[in-house]
Structure formats: C-alpha cells, structure tokens
Design a protein around this ligand. Structure first.
Ligand SMILES: [Zn+2]
Length: 466
C-alpha cells in the first residue's frame, strides 16, 4: 500500500510521489509571534511532527522548514501597548513557542527562518511579479505593493472559489490606491513610528503571504512537495502564497495538507479561553507526553473539541501503554526497539496519516502484551514491547525514550533516593507491626505529592498529577 494524503488543492486523496526520489520537502506555516502559544497552535506542531517522523521512517530524507512570522500588525499593536520595541515581543513569544514545541517532543525543524531576515528574497519576488505584470506599486506612492488578482486567472483554485466569488481583500487601509478591491498586499508601505525596510518602491514592511512564498522557495526550491498549515489558513493566506508563486513561474507546493482546528464548547478558541490553555497551564493538568497524546490522537483533519474529561481519558490511555512497558522492563531488564512496525500500523499511517487507527494497533499490542506478561510469556512480551516502542517512537510518545524518561532525571534520582529512605522506614514500621507509623509516612509522602503503590516487586512511587 502506498503513502497517500488528502490534498486540499485536488480535494481528494492522492498518492504521494515526491519531486526528488528519496527526498521529501515540507513547509509548515509557523507562528505569528504576538502571544505565547495555546494548545490550538501546538496541535499543528504535533500533527506535522508525526508526519515528519513517518516520512523519515519510511525512508525519505526530510527537509522540514517551519517559519516564524516576526513582524505583523498584531505584534506592532502589542509592542505599542507595552511601550517596547516590536522585536522584544517577537523574541519573547518565539522563545515561548520553541519551549512549547520542545516540551511536547516536536523535533526541531531543519530550518526555522524568520520573516524579517528575508527581505531581499521578498524584494526579488516582487520584482519578478512586477516585471511580469502580476503586481504593481501603489500609484499614490505610499509604498504598498499589490498582487493583481485579475492578472492570474486560476486565482481561487486552492480554496475552490471562482474569481467573481472572491471577497475583497481586507489587509490594507481602505483609502489605499488599489486597482481591484480583491488585490492583496505583498508589501505594506511604512507608517509613522512603525518598523520599515527599504525597497525600490519605498520603505515598508512585509505582507504575511509574501513572506511564506519567499522563505519556502529559498529553503525548499521553486517547487517542493508538501505545504502544511491550519485549515483557517487556506484562504486568504495559502491561496495568496500559491497565486504569487505560480504567477512568478514557480511550481511551489505539490500537496496541501491542512490540520483541523481546536475548539472549546463547539466554538473557536477565543483569546480569553485560549489564555487558560497556554502550555504551562496545561502541563499542570497532565504530563507533557499525555498532552501530546491528546493532541495527536485524533485525525489531523478533524476538529478537536476540547474538554478536561477527554484530556484525562487520553492521559489514562497513555498510562496503560506506559504501565505495560514499565512492567515489561521490570521483568526483562530492558526492551529494545524493533526495526519494523506492524503492517496494520504502517497502513494506517500510509492512509492519510490515520493516527487513531494506528493507536488501535498500539492498544491491541498493549492488551496482548499484558496477557503475555500475566502468563509468563517473557519472550512474547519482549517482542510485543519492541514493536510497541517502534510504533510509539513514530508517534513521538515512547515512555522509554530519552525525551520522556530522561527529563528531570537528575532531580528524579535525588527524589528517588529520598523516597527510598522514607519507604524503608515505612517497611520497618510495618515489620514491627506499627501500622499507624507506616500509614503516617505514606500520608506525609502523599502530602508532598508522592503517590506510593505497593506491588509484588516492592513499593513504587510517582508524582501525583492533576
Ligand atoms: Zn504561511
């Protein structure tokens, strides 16, 4: 079975045939860094991290470019409200995004370009478009440069609209001198007090759409394989990227993949709701790996309607996987990751990245593995656990991986030693049948957030969550 994706542009599932054999190039619209990320932003990161890991697993040499939009109207507004330079806002929030991606185990992109570092490439693209009659500098000399949508008849192809259905573009001030209300800004002329860069058409700053075309082309070439982003970016952002790049003669993206939105109570996440869903707040509720499991488990194109209950269910599902692997390691010492994944898992991911079906295979393995362990089938348990680890590595949630087991390892060792002392005292108290003292030690640990579980192999502890 071959790898295939739902391509927004074709409006159907298409077999993935890369432009260059053995390589896959992927561009993902990254953050506009006007605020720190909430889980809706990071969902996209998790979805495309799984895609990237799967492409790598099946043998592609993946070049993954995820940009940072570090200049934009909203960033300028936040900076003005705080009385700080725009770059302080961008820098601070970009760091928050990087930490969020890291904490959720998203591998760093091959390259992470920032818009303001690519002004020469944007000027070059505008020059090509102007010389071919697809763009024009505003006649009033304000420094705006517009894309002429009527010069490019396929405009609307990605979002499946005819040109006469396309709404007017709202990305410039109403009094600016545009030839057609649907023309969108490639470049925005400077306003007093705003950051600006020199161009042959006057000072100004990049339009959002132009940035992505310039950066994707610089790092992935004029034609590349996959362009990703949230469903809300199809129009106008991706439509405009596609139009300006194709009009300039570039092949641009061959496949368009869009992830679904994350809603709360059926509504798009608003700023007030979003604030309670920032990553530091969310990892108070569950561990980062459990949050990743939650965000990654649904099909990437589906809408996730957030609920605490669903988050806790996801955490419990992850803990079942973790529990089996922990017990297996206790019995077998260690578990080596298998080289191959089960065929059913592979075909689930090949089929437009069917993570939910892939997770059904994962949980099937956990059930079989538990049965094997219970009946003393060590070899069988080892084999199942090895395959399980291979699958979990692709989903980025292997509990035995360095990311999820190595974390606060130093601190964990210290706490481990301290808790071991307390548990020895508790054991001693039990030995002399002083159950009140034994229970008191257990209660004191619980108060400190340490949960003790008694197993046939001895007492085990963990941090209480939630
Ligand atoms: Zn973009």
């Amino acid at each position: 079975m071959s790898l295939r994706f739902y391509d927004t542009s074709a409006r159907q599932v298409r077999e993935f045939v890369p432009l260059r054999e053995g390589s896959a190039s992927l561009y993902l619209c990254g953050a506009t860094v006007q605020a720190p990320p909430h889980i809706g932003h990071i969902r996209s990161g998790v979805n495309f991290d799984i895609l990237r890991r799967w492409l790598t697993h099946v043998g592609y040499d993946v070049t993954f470019c995820r940009n940072v939009t570090d200049i934009d109207d909203k960033i300028i507004r936040v900076a003005a409200a705080e009385g700080v330079p725009w770059w302080k806002v961008s820098e601070r929030n970009q760091r928050a995004f990087t930490q969020a991606y890291e904490i959720l185990g998203c591998l760093p992109p091959t390259v992470e370009p920032r818009a303001t570092g690519h002004v020469p490439e944007m000027i070059d693209l505008m020059r090509r478009l102007i010389s071919d009659g697809h763009a024009y500098a505003s006649d009033d000399g304000c420094g705006d440069v517009y894309f002429d949508v009527r010069s490019y008849p396929p405009y609307g192809e990605l979002s499946n609209q005819r040109l006469d259905q396309v709404m007017e573009s709202s990305d410039s001030d109403p009094d600016r001198d545009k030839r057609d209300s649907r023309d969108f800004a490639l470049w925005k002329g400077a306003k007093p007090g705003e950051p600006s860069w020199d161009t042959p058409w006057g000072r100004g700053r990049p339009g959002w759409h132009l940035e992505c075309s310039a950066m994707a082309t610089k790092y992935l070439g004029p034609s590349f394989d996959i362009h990703g982003g949230g469903l809300d970016l199809i129009f106008p952002h991706h439509e405009n990227e596609l139009a300006q790049s194709r009009a300039a003669g570039d092949g641009f993206a061959q496949y368009w993949l869009h992830n679904g939105m994350l809603s709360v109570g059926g509504e798009k996440m608003s700023k007030s709701l979003g604030n309670s869903m920032l990553i530091p707040q969310m990892v108070q509720k569950v561990r980062p790996v459990e949050l990743r499991y939650y965000l990654g488990q649904a099909h990437y194109r589906s809408t996730i309607d957030y609920s605490d209950a669903a988050l806790q269910e996801a955490a419990a599902a992850y803990q079942r996987i973790e529990g089996f692997l922990t017990r297996t390691v206790e019995v077998l010492g260690e578990v080596a990751t298998a080289d191959r994944v089960p065929a059913a898992f592979a075909s689930a991911l090949d089929d437009d990245l069917g993570v939910s079906q892939a997770l059904a295979v994962v949980h099937g393995h956990v059930r079989e593995g538990n049965t094997a362990l219970a009946s003393g089938g060590k070899e069988q348990a080892a084999e199942i656990a090895g395959e399980l680890r291979a699958m979990l590595a692709i989903l980025g949630i292997d509990p035995l991986s360095e990311q999820w087991s190595g974390g606060d390892q130093g601190l964990r060792e210290v706490v481990d030693a301290l808790v071991a002392v307390a548990l020895e005292q508790r054991q001693a108290a039990r030995g002399r049948k002083d159950y009140a003292a034994a229970d008191a030690i257990r209660d004191q640990l619980a108060e400190a957030g340490i949960v003790v579980e008694d197993t046939p192999q001895g007492s085990r502890w963990d941090l209480r969550r939630g």
